[in-house]
Design a protein around this ligand. Sequence first.
Ligand code: BDP
Length: 725
Amino acid sequence: MSLRPGAGRLARLATAGLLLAAPVLARGEDGYELWLRYRPIADARRLAAVRGAFAQVVVEGDSATLRAARAELVRGLSGLVDREVAGSAAVGRDGAVLAGTPKGSKTIAGLGLGDALARAGGEGFVVRSLAVGGRRATVIAANTDVGVLYGAFRLLRHLQTGGDPAAIEIADAPKVKLRILNHWDNLNRTVERGYAGFSLWDWQKLPDYLDPRTTDYARANASVGINGTVLTNVNANATSLTAEWLGKAAALASVFRPYGIRVFLTARFSAPIEIGGLKTADPLDPQVAAWWKKKTDEIYSVIPDFGGFLVKANSEGQPGPQDYGRTHAEGANVLADALAPHGGVVMWRAFVYSHETPSDRAKQAYDEFHPLDGAFRPNVLVQVKNGAIDFQPREPFHPLFGAMPRTPLMMEFQITQEYLGFATHLVHLGPLFEETLRADTRSKGEGSLVAKVVEGSLDGHALSGMAGVANVGTDRNWCGSVFAQSNWYALGRFAWDPMARSEEVAGEWARMTFGTDPAVVAPVTRMMAGSREAAVDYMTPLGLHHQMAEGHHYGPGPWVDTAARADWNSTYYHRADANGIGFDRSPAGSNAVAQYAPPVAEVFGDARRVPEKLLLWFHHVPWDHRMASGRTLWDDLALHYQAGVDAVRRMEADWRSVDGLVDRERHAQVSAFLAIQEKEARWWRDACLLYFQTFSKRPLPAGVEPPERDLAYYVAIKKRYVPGN
Ligand code: BDP
């Protein structure tokens, strides 16, 4: 992410009055720099203040991590103040940034920050305006080098978002231990559910060639506190555990290490057979246990800080312990025992569903895992998707949260927009993360929030984690679109603090990505705040779910009813008939509500008390059911679809209002993508309403635009060569 060449010269010409139009805006930006753009501060008074406060960078101590911190401070501050801010050996004037640990820096040790540092823990930091040797300075102090790096990024964020340069007082530490990206990247560089090009890992050239881009990937992650990366797809390939491929992973680990990021790999459960030559992968077979132990020792010999394994077992055709009549716990534990001596962990996924179609797929993970609470080794986390089905636009929180107090449960969110229109739909996920994390499981009385389960604080677990399925690839802008970058950013922020506020996170990202002009920030954050609800409305309002086209999941497919498994069909989930629509999970139906704590189950189980946004998730409701609005269900449903389309049009208007205030290149791409989104929102609305109308037999209410084509037209649409599939 090099600084844009010539930016300083252009800005100087502009101040000299030689360029009339805003020159910086005319230049295109391709999005490569993400939120780490460090553009010159536009306001002259503020620029002068920041120049005065940040004229020198002093990092005391030496390590690869501290060098990375120094490089970032020099790069960031130089960019923001539009002139070189040099690194120096000691604070020699007013306006220095002094960074280090008490261990590595005598100056820091002498500043009396003991109490604040005690609270910072291993990864936290203190950033404070302070006099150092009689000089005005800004101190970044932490107990570890990576804490210093995080503090450096935090200071830069503070300045990028318009914070006061003079009276800084920030102290922070992450609330979650493992903050991880899950890459669903295959060894041939295709990315399962990836919409941003190919995998960043250039396996063929590794370990000999280290793409500089992987360093920028690490910088971006460290800037939001992400400290782990699972390099490989959960639908795993045992080849990644062979010596040759471990060497490649080790090379990536060496790039990430200075940034505090540890590498993890997915473990294919049948690897002992496929690459180990054994006859079985039975986790209770001593030879199998010995194989995993040897393999794990080998991994640590080349990646000494290896994080551990992520495992998808006995789900969607993947091998697992149940193939040998063993439980998920027995499967996880054999790996955990191999990792324990090295300090590694197993992240065992709860996204399971069996070959036999259960009565209600939503119940299966709970049914399989709840009885295993207490049976896992201490270094196992069970990784649970945010909802019980599969990353749908809206799901109620997964019933396992709060239901396995003796097991650390990790959150798994999906950043890549598999079910959210891919990268071309602007859907900011902060509101989804916040809604899930703030949901109250009531498992230990009021306030037993999902966030507290994930932090480990509810049940006293030291081990905690949050993962996001990554949306990055080789696209120049990393994520397929500029706004999709905000979801990577937000995942990091919520993993750092599950009680973060979406509005705040979106505001930070908007300022860092587009600048601090309120005329830009206000419309951009408005777009972000409403975008997820818009997608819910035009795709699956009122608790509908799993209505997408089969396989690739691109576009609507409420009519899908010929899939290989009943629970891959849309009809399985909407259950529309002449009487009404929705999946009855109440006590009269599948009784999935019973998997929640009683006060939650009572509300979800009662069609009059369940939040309307989840109505059809839990209930089969007559078309004429009276909604809170006073209208019938059918009319409200139709109006929600229309509201989704209208909301996209409002996003388009908001974006038009910033034309000329953000650079042309990014503006043009976002505009074009919003036009796609508007078209596809209409596609969803028309296809779904025409289809559901064949059951409801009711006219569309006033205010809903008439469908543009007939149902047969939409059913006939067959998308081919869809990415990510
Ligand atoms: C589904 C995806 C599939 C993944 C699976 C998983 O369609 O590609 O392998 O989740 O999470 O949503 O294992």
